[in-house]
Design a binder for this molecule. Sequence first.
Ligand code: TMP
Ligand code: ASP
Length: 260
Amino acid sequence: MKKGKKLYEGKAKVIFATDNKDFVIQHFKDDATAFNNQKKAKIEGKGVLNNRISEHILMNLNQVGIKNHLVKRLNMREQLIKHVEIIPIEFIVRNIATGSLTKRLGIEDGTILEDPLIEYCLKNDELGDPLISKEHIYTFKWATKKEIEKIDKQLVRINDFMVGMFRGVGIKLVDFKVEFGRIKNNGKTDVLLADEISPDTCRLWDNKTDKKLDKDRFRNNLGNLINAYQEVAKRLGILHEQSNIQTVNFEKPKAVKNKK
Ligand code: TMP
Ligand code: ASP
């Protein structure tokens, strides 16, 4: 499949057209942003790690019947994905209270939630991705009741699967954000898990020490973000324990070349 023109550039990824309108190429950048673009940096190697980690998670979700947009990884930074119309909602699932939940409601950081908590935010950087209710979603027609009911069920399954997957490698899945898109399926419109699932979009704490292995290292100036993402990749079996891959290796132009 041929790579075409740039269709969309987000904060951490770029979407390119292909010669088939049903498929696009998702390119992972090294850019890191937080607090809706107020804090920015380039972290060499982040895009490569997120590409690999997201591929791993989405492939595993597919294997347990949670369909998603991933077709295949193309190279170090790119994936072929199904072309969907992104629903303008960020779906957040929380197992442990931290981040904006604790600030917003005064809940103690680290409180274990009895059941997963689902939150919806409007995907709008200028407004700071505000928290919205289902009533807002239906009133302003950002998604239909049927779509949200379907997505809610999938969120619970995604969470169950990922909690187990990460627990198996000594990591607590504290919370995560996912996005869904609309896709035409035999003339009918269906919802499909899209975007990425990576340490940029999850909070991951080491089981024993609560060490943060996610983008909070950047948000909160904790440093060593790449080491943390590599640790996640190693534990998931994506990078081998003995392969002392340095960030710079990820950037070698040869490895990054697009296979067409
Ligand atoms: P929050 O506590 O800042 O609301 O974040 C909840 C989860 O969602 C956390 O895993 C980080 C993730 N997230 C994103 O992936 N993108 C975003 O824009 C925001 C605000 C959070
Ligand atoms: N993704 C958002 C941003 O880029 C917020 C975050 O992840 O903290 O600003």
